[in-house]
Design a binder for this molecule. Sequence first.
Ligand SMILES: CC(C)(COP(=O)(O)OP(=O)(O)OC[C@H]1O[C@@H](n2cnc3c(N)ncnc32)[C@H](O)[C@@H]1OP(=O)(O)O)[C@@H](O)C(=O)NCCC(=O)NCCS
Length: 168
Amino acid sequence: MARAFRAPSGWHVSADTDLLPPRPLNGDDFVAARAVAEAWFGHPVGLTLHRLFFDQLGPGGVWIARADGSPAGFLLGMVSLSEPDLAYVHLHAVDPALRGQGVGAALYREFGRRAMGSGCTRIRALAAPQREGSIAFHRALGFDGPLVEGFLGPGEDRIVFERALPVP
Ligand SMILES: CC(C)(COP(=O)(O)OP(=O)(O)OC[C@H]1O[C@@H](n2cnc3c(N)ncnc32)[C@H](O)[C@@H]1OP(=O)(O)O)[C@@H](O)C(=O)NCCC(=O)NCCS
């Protein structure tokens, strides 16, 4: 399949879909993200998609829109305050209509590129053991890590994925 993000300009996912270059999030993106999040994730996301990631931490995140302005994908993340060499991905999602074409990888690459500019050398993300798509995505991007029992509390095991920056 043709890959989407070959160059930082002229990005085409398919003949009828042009994407704008990735940009930082802002507060106004919250409403658009909230409107699509549960359909894109396929399950309730509740307050994991909290407005603070847009209003207060927005510049750390990444937003990719279609040329018509509609959302194509987004990533919520930050540079860790407790581990300043660590870029931490809180969550990310891609429009189901655009999956498998490199949009998710482009979100990670852009987030990682900016985090490296802030001194980060590694990137971390969590995946629940039952989320096979997320696990496959992270493994394809070269992430690895242990399954930690109860990482997010009783019954909430998570794979703590990490890899060195940059994201290839
Ligand atoms: C996970 C997700 C973001 C991937 O986005 P995407 O744009 O389809 O991913 P890409 O096209 O950039 O794929 C990058 C690599 O991951 C692989 N990959 C992505 N999704 C995969 C899947 N479901 N199964 C197997 N491999 C997958 C691709 O094959 C590709 O590998 P390659 O470079 O070797 O070809 C998307 O499926 C999604 O939004 N899922 C719902 C939300 C979610 O689970 N988010 C993650 C947890 S917060």
